[in-house]
Ligand binder design. Structure first.
Ligand code: ZN
Ligand code: ZN
Length: 350
């Protein structure tokens, strides 16, 4: 089968790989569509999480491996012991891999497993014609929702998880710094959680129309001082700030706009460890949250997409194939990342 195999930094090869094995409890999925995640982009210029020399603590794998954890497709075959799924079922999956035995796993918080791994990072993933996934990790794609759009459920679930970790945010003024797909997922999740005013800040105006037509306030942080913009829109500072960029400057911006006792949710992935202004933060008893992937949020995310609360098509800004993945996918995202929300890979889909 055709697959995008990660060999090293900026070395992704389109290869002819053997079909994945189908261990007990797994299904073989014919991938229709996959999505390029920020995580994948970090691996392209990384490695970041992909094990290169030391085998992964859960899977035992090292590179080379097939990328990809955001996908949707059709079950082609069910492995031994799989009962509730049939060939032909339309599915997407939670790409989290966990041990099932550690304290976090036993408490149902498998997204913070001490041996945490991901499909497409810690073992072979879905940038391929077929992927093998544990049946317990599958979700049915609701009738009426296309496989193309179902790919957006995974990033949306990341936002739903973050909003859930913040507790009751109804009526709260929210600022999202970074209007990439994760920032937008936090925006939609906050809106669904009943937040008050929601401001999204980014560089340039590419996201303005989307945010404003979905009920948010957009600020071009390249043209306006963010602290003043937040004060003008909220009449004060923000109750909640989501940091969705992963840069020192965006972290600083979030600290600048956060009320005393406000909550900072860090979603960004930092290639360079930031300096955290702890004294400014501590002074106001501000609270720091982090969020890792998602737990049981893919099903509600599919619900938001299927019900039309979130229009997946507006989040898709590019489409490539496995053959054009490197040049028109990864290289394009490196060169013009701010122009994109989600770039999809058409594999077997239509
Ligand atoms: Zn992802
Ligand atoms: Zn575990």
């Amino acid at each position: 089968m055709k697959a995008a195999m990660w060999y090293g930094r900026k070395d992704i090869r389109i290869v002819d790989a053997p079909l994945p094995e189908l261990p007990p409890g797994h299904v073989l999925i014919r991938v229709a569509w996959a999505g390029i995640c920020g995580t994948d982009r970090h691996e392209y210029t990384g490695p970041n999480f992909i094990p290169v020399t030391k085998p992964h603590r859960l899977t035992g794998r090292t590179a080379p491996l097939i990328l990809g954890h955001e996908f949707a497709g059709i079950i082609a075959e069910t492995g031994p012991g799989v009962e509730h799924w049939r060939r032909g079922d339309r599915v997407t999956a939670n790409g989290t891999l966990s041990c099932g035995a550690c304290e976090a796993c036993r408490r149902g918080r498998y997204n913070i497993c001490e041996k945490l791994g991901f499909v497409g990072v810690s073992r072979d993933g879905a940038f391929a014609e077929y992927v093998s996934i544990e049946a317990a990790r599958l979700f049915p794609v609701p009738p009426g929702l296309s496989l193309r759009h179902a790919v957006l459920a995974e990033p949306l679930a990341c936002g739903l998880h973050a909003a859930r970790l913040l507790g009751d945010i109804s009526g709260r003024d929210v600022a999202v710094v970074g209007p990439g797909v994760i920032g937008l997922a936090c925006f939609f999740a906050s809106r669904e959680a009943g937040a008050g005013r929601i401001l999204v800040a980014g560089m340039g105006n590419a996201r303005r129309e989307l945010v404003e037509s979905c009920g948010g306030v957009y600020v071009d942080a390249g043209a306006e001082n963010l602290r003043e913009a937040v004060r003008a829109r909220f009449g004060g500072a923000a109750d909640i700030a989501y940091e969705c960029v992963g840069l020192q400057s965006s972290l600083d911006s979030c600290l600048d706009i956060l009320k005393p006792s406000g909550a900072l949710m860090v979603m960004g992935v930092y290639e360079k460890p930031p300096v955290f202004r702890m004294n400014d933060f501590q002074e106001g008893e501000r609270r720091l949250f982090t969020s890792q992937a998602h737990v049981d949020e893919i099903a509600p995310a599919l619900g938001l997409l299927a019900g039309g609360a979130v229009d997946a098509e507006r989040l898709i800004t590019g489409e490539v194939t496995l053959d054009t993945l490197v040049r028109n996918g990864f290289e394009e995202l490196l060169a013009h990342g701010e122009a994109h929300i989600k770039v999809l890979i058409r594999i077997g889909g239509e």
